[in-house]
Ligand binder design. Sequence first.
Ligand code: PHE
Length: 392
Amino acid sequence: APNAIATIKLNNKEYVTDDYTNVTPKILSYLNRNLHLKKDNPLSLVRQRIVNYFYSSFTHRENHPSRTKSDCYYINRKTLLRAHMTAHQSELLRSGLDNFLMIGDVYRRDEIDSTHFPVFHQIDAVRSQRKEQLFQDFPDLELFEPTFDPQNPHIFTNSIKDPNKQSCHTLEATKLMEAQLKNHLIGLVQTLFGDNIKHRWVEAYFPFTHPSWELEIFYENNWLEVLGCGIVRNEILANAGPNNTIAYAFGLGLERIAMALYKIPDIRLMWSKDSGFLSQFEDKALNERITYKPVSSYPQCVNDISFWLPPNLTIDTFTSNDFYDLVRDVGGDIIEQVKLKDKFVHPKSKKHSLCYSIIYRHLERTLKQAEVNEVHKEIEKAAVKAFNVIIR
Ligand code: PHE
């Protein structure tokens, strides 16, 4: 065996090796890595999801990264890069607009992964209505309180605190706005993803709306959050705009939607200047179905190794796993795969021969054939030494 260590130390304990010892230093190097506890590992993600599932609670975080230093990029005490487009809502309301979209780049300090990047893009909207517009035609009287008088409807009232609405709003005005808002946004995701898209509303918290929701769509077996929305807090409207209106607002991230729609696996690709990426979206009709095709993953290098087995071994008694471990020991992490390619018994000499394909690929860069050849030669040498084989 390729193992010549007399003792093995594991977690401060020494183990004497014997004729059964077959762990290799490479395998031992994986001990105590605790991938499942590493925040940046998919295994840790899956772990957390499973744990969350079993512990699931439906409480909501009562915070929002609108200004906190830990979530935002500050130029100095007075100036920060906007963390969301809603930051412009008041100024546009004050300028006299009542229905508008705001589109731009936003900056957030956040996790780093394939769906998070410190810069992303949002579309925000405000739609405000006066009493006459809102109560023009209302679909469902059952939503309303028994005191509701269709001849004399109101947006405003002065009620006690109610989790379903702001205390200054009537339930009917809130419900009508909610119905319009939700229809409007369901229409949007159906337009983008097709009429059969499954969606759900999740209650949410935003400092500038109440009540608030998030819209999730079921996409590729996952619930994907696509936007936040709600009824604009009346203080904001009253301070900035006409004080006799009620408004809804929403904000959605473009990256999320683009990634889902075009199956773009990594948010960093949005920043690509590579024509291989950009040409896939160039000159396309807006509603054309586009599925992103990866332009470059680092290329593989395949080298074969064939050897004659020594007289005491046959193609059936040779343990491929021993060979695989040797390949891993010598080649390390650039080994992607080892495949048994061919078994052969010479008709005259009756010698046994095996051929394996070794597939090399570096995860972070392109391997040069010359460096692969060097590693491959080392593997051949090690195989000769360990198994007494003769390279063909
Ligand atoms: N600004 C919120 C965000 O970035 C989204 C939002 C916009 C929610 C408007 C409600 C209303 O998360």
